[in-house]
Ligand binder design. Structure first.
Ligand SMILES: *[C@@H]1O[C@H](CO)[C@@H](O)[C@H](O)[C@H]1NC(C)=O
Length: 224
């Protein structure tokens, strides 16, 4: 009995190891997040990030009939690899370049061509929302299973839950908040941060019956 349990524990450990997502390895020094001082919501891990991505997509909103404010219904974004661009000066402002390139594309266009326009052609994966593993509402997911080095690694995703939130210091009304999220499910990362946001906020109010809206945005995502 004991040896059977040991064997089965060993083989499931081996399976986990075999299927572990491969982090992006850079020859450069690890990228560090540039976080505002004087706040404790977003705290940088001391380890190097596993991946750094520039996300390009939309934030979706619906008009709440009770408050006449837009409320979030999720987001969809393409994630391009900027893990190893940290020594390039453009790294600091890639979110602005990406947003401008994305904003210039016509309505209905895919964001998948934006990475190549900003020096980050490699598509790491996609960010979207799924029914929450908690059973209530929706949760954000970062899914690297269908593209790049992690194709075929079924657990190369992370579903997160928000644990920290600060407003964007340059323009709260325009740029979506900076966030810290912890892992709820998946093996891709244990923590995700959304920082350096550009655009994505909805208008400050809506009228009853307003249609759902999608607002273009770009942001950096750091996965640890
Ligand atoms: C967000 O809106 C886009 C269209 O702009 C749609 O393709 C996508 O499925 C929507 N996602 C969510 C989570 O509402």
């Amino acid at each position: 009995m004991f040896s059977f349990q040991l064997l089965s524990a060993l083989s499931s450990a081996a399976l986990l190891v075999a299927a572990a997502p491969s982090p992006r390895v850079c020859s450069t020094t690890p990228t560090v997040m540039d976080l505002p001082s004087g706040q404790t919501q977003l705290v940088s891990p001391t380890t190097a990030p596993l991946y750094v991505a520039i996300g390009v997509g939309v934030q979706n909103y619906t008009c709440s009939a009770s408050t006449l404010k837009y409320t979030s219904t999720g987001a969809v974004a393409s994630l391009f690899d900027i893990s190893c661009l940290d020594t390039v000066p453009a790294f600091k402002t890639v979110q602005t370049a990406a947003f401008n390139a994305w904003n210039a594309l016509p309505a209905g266009a895919s964001p998948n061509s934006v990475g190549a326009k900003v020096g980050a052609p490699a598509l790491l994966g996609f960010h979207y929302f799924v029914p929450s593993p908690t059973g209530t509402g929706i949760s954000p997911k970062w899914d690297f299973t269908s593209t790049g080095a992690n194709v075929g690694s079924a657990n190369a995703f992370v579903i997160g839950t928000k644990v920290g939130d600060i407003t964007d210091s340059t323009n709260t009304a325009v740029n979506v908040d900076w966030l810290a999220l912890n892992n709820l499910e998946g093996s891709l990362a244990s923590q995700v941060f959304r920082i350096d946001t550009v655009n994505g906020q909805p208008p400050s109010s809506c009228v009853a019956g307003s249609a759902d809206i999608s607002i273009k945005y770009a942001a950096k995502y750091f996965l640890y």
